[in-house]
Write a protein that binds this ligand. Structure first.
Ligand SMILES: Nc1ncnc2c1ncn2[C@@H]1O[C@H](COP(=O)(O)OP(=O)(O)OP(=O)(O)O)[C@@H](O)[C@H]1O
Length: 267
C-alpha cells in the first residue's frame, strides 16, 4: 500500500453549540488527488482549516509527513511543506503577479539576517537564484508568463485564481490544499484548472487535497473522494464507489436509490 502523507484521526470541532466536525478520520496517499465533497455546511472548509492549522480541533490528531502537526501554527505547517489556496481570492490586488507569487516564499531561503550578510556572495545568492528558477518554472507551467508584470487586481477571475495557485506552488509544497479551485469559473476556465491540477500532481509530484462542488471535475480527476454530511464522514473511496453509494445519492445528490437519473446531471 502507498505511504500516507496526511493522516487525520478522530477530528472533532465545535463552534459553541454547532458541531462542525464529529470524529472524522481519513488518510491521504502521497502523490494522490483527494477530494472532499458534501452539501453546504457539511464541514468541508472546517476540515481544510483544521489541516492547515487555521482552526484548532477540539479533539483528534493530524499527522503530516509523519509528524504530529495538530498543535502547530499554519506557518510552521507551511514550513513542513503544506501549501493552500482560499475559497475567496487572497491576492494583493495592487501588486504585480510576480510580486504576489514571490510573497511568502522567504521561509524557503535558509540564510537569515545573521548568516545572510556573511554568505551573501555565495550561498544565499545561489539559493536565491535556484528559487527564482523554480518560480520561473511554475510561471511557465501555469502559462502566466505574459502577465507577470500586470497588477493582479486588473486580471480576470480565472487568471487571478491561476496566480493564486502559482503562489501556493512557489512554496514547493509536498501537499497543496485547494478550497474550491473552480468556484465562479466558466467552463473553459474550469477545464484549464482541472488540467493544471492534474499536471501539478503528476509532473511536480504534489499531493492534492481539494474541496470542489463541480461533481464532474471531482469524479474525473480524483483518486479518492470523501463525502462529509452534517460534519460526519459518510463514505471515503474511489470515485465510482462513492457515486454508486445509496447514502450519497440520497443525502448529497438528492436522488432516490431506484432513480436512474445521471448523477453528474443532478449535481
Ligand atoms: N468560524 C465559524 N464560526 C461559527 N460557525 C462556523 C464557523 N465556521 C464554520 N461554522 C459552522 O460550521 C458548520 C460547517 O461549516 P463549513 O464552512 O465547514 O461547511 P462547508 O461544508 O465548507 O460549507 P460550504 O460548502 O457552504 O462552504 C456550519 O454549520 C457553519 O455554520
Amino acid at each position: 500500500m502507498a505511504e500516507s502523507i496526511l493522516k487525520v484521526e478522530h477530528i472533532s470541532l465545535a463552534f459553541g453549540g454547532v458541531k462542525a466536525l464529529t470524529d472524522v478520520s481519513f488518510s491521504v496517499e502521497r502523490g494522490s488527488i483527494f477530494s472532499i465533497i458534501g452539501p453546504n455546511g457539511a464541514g468541508k472548509t472546517s476540515m481544510l482549516n483544521c489541516i492547515s492549522g487555521r482552526y484548532r480541533p477540539n479533539a483528534g490528531t493530524i499527522t503530516f509527513n509523519k509528524q504530529d502537526v495538530t498543535k502547530l501554527r499554519p506557518n510552521d505547517r507551511a514550513d513542513l511543506g503544506m501549501g493552500r489556496t482560499f475559497q475567496n481570492l487572497a491576492l494583493f490586488g495592487h501588486m504585480t503577479v510576480l510580486d504576489n507569487i514571490m510573497v511568502g516564499r522567504h521561509h524557503l531561503l535558509k540564510n537569515n539576517w545573521i548568516t545572510g550578510p556573511l554568505y551573501w556572495a555565495t550561498k544565499a545568492q545561489k539559493e536565491e537564484l535556484a528559487h527564482r528558477r523554480y518560480v520561473e518554472e511554475v510561471i511557465d507551467f501555469l502559462e502566466i508568463s505574459h502577465i507577470r508584470k500586470s497588477v493582479a487586481g486588473t486580471l480576470s477571475y480565472g487568471l487571478r485564481k491561476r496566480v493564486e495557485l502559482a503562489r501556493a506552488m512557489a512554496l514547493k509544497p509536498d501537499l497543496i490544499l485547494l478550497d474550491e479551485p473552480m468556484a465562479g469559473m466558466n467552463l473553459e476556465e474550469k477545464e484549464d484548472m482541472a488540467r493544471y491540477i492534474l499536471d501539478l500532481n503528476e509532473e511536480f509530484g504534489i499531493t492534492v487535497v481539494m474541496i470542489e462542488h463541480d461533481m464532474g471535475v471531482v469524479m474525473d480527476i480524483s483518486h479518492q473522494v470523501m463525502v462529509l454530511d452534517f460534519g460526519k464522514k459518510l463514505i471515503c473511496g474511489l470515485p465510482d464507489e462513492v457515486m454508486a453509494d445509496p447514502h450519497v445519492k440520497r443525502a448529497y445528490l438528492g436522488i432516490e436509490e431506484d432513480a436512474d437519473s445521471d448523477i453528474l446531471e443532478a449535481s
